[in-house]
Design a protein around this ligand. Sequence first.
Ligand code: KG4
Ligand code: ZN
Length: 339
Amino acid sequence: MRPAFFDGLLLAIETSCDETSAALLDGSKVLSNIVSSQAQLHEKWGGVVPEAASRAHVEAILPVVSEALAASGRTLDEVRGLAVANRPGLVGALSVGVTCAKAFSFARGLPLIGVHHIEGHIASTLTAGPGPNELYPHLCLVASGGHTELILVREPMRYDLLGQTLDDAAGEAFDKGARLLGLPYPGGAALEGLAADGDPRRYQLPRALSDDPYNFSFSGLKSSMLRLVQKEGERINRADAAASLQAAIVEVLVRKAVSAAEANSCCLVSLVGGVAANGILRAEMERECSRAGMRFISPPRELCTDNAAMIGLAGSLRLASGERSGYDLEVCGASPLPV
Ligand code: KG4
Ligand code: ZN
């Protein structure tokens, strides 16, 4: 099935966690995508502090929207619709984006749509290369700081959740491991950098739930990593430990994604979410998918971590299908993927 996109200039906003982002889209074309990260603000606490995140979004949102408009070469007068992430996420943070989108929508009489953040990540596959005719059905692995999910994307906006993490998300496993190795928050990219010179076979770390085809568990890995760091103390080779942790996470993600695709007769596998920026994960997915005779796709790295362009793509599909949100649109901390 071919996806249909909203006809007209769309302004999209994302503030679900610690990135303030705005994007302008014309159909499926991303004209601009500005992301202002709060990572430096939260680094000193070693994680996102919700109250501080909300305040920082309030300060950043209007300058970020202005920057996105300027970068698109278009004006606010040309905008014809609004898409905003309204769930799941930090409620205070989400409220900033939703309030801003409602204000624009109300002041200018424009249609508004609230978007599920994970549906946004899934929609980022629309930028990954294959034509829209080739995308459905496919198996999508969402791996981010808050989610690890295997989703069968039957057609635009139709999803089957096959499995998910029972405890920590893959991104959390990277972040917590990174912290144990003395790296700053968020640790995923830094851990990948440290692991580049390391030996992934040096330390044995567990691969959990190997008998469960669809669900994940990363909390045992986190405990094993803690024990390793305590046991080795000063002697630990940090690069080898980073590489060993990365290999443990990557192996489980790749194995389960490929076998879920096989079990559901998919010949296309996509990888989205912040962890999809990981080069080793991308390379391993590519290798194992091609070995299994499947095609592998992933968006450009800047569209893997949180951004408004993906919210715009998902919102564009929903607006084009006639869906609208009212001014009673609420924010929601936890919310299942719409089906
Ligand atoms: O999708 P995202 O930007 O935010 C959420 O929706 O959670 O994902 C953020 C997560 C963090 O845990 C971060 O450490 C991880 O993605 N991440 C990475 C890399 N870049 C970001 N993990 C591994 N390798 C990377 N290169
Ligand atoms: Zn995300």
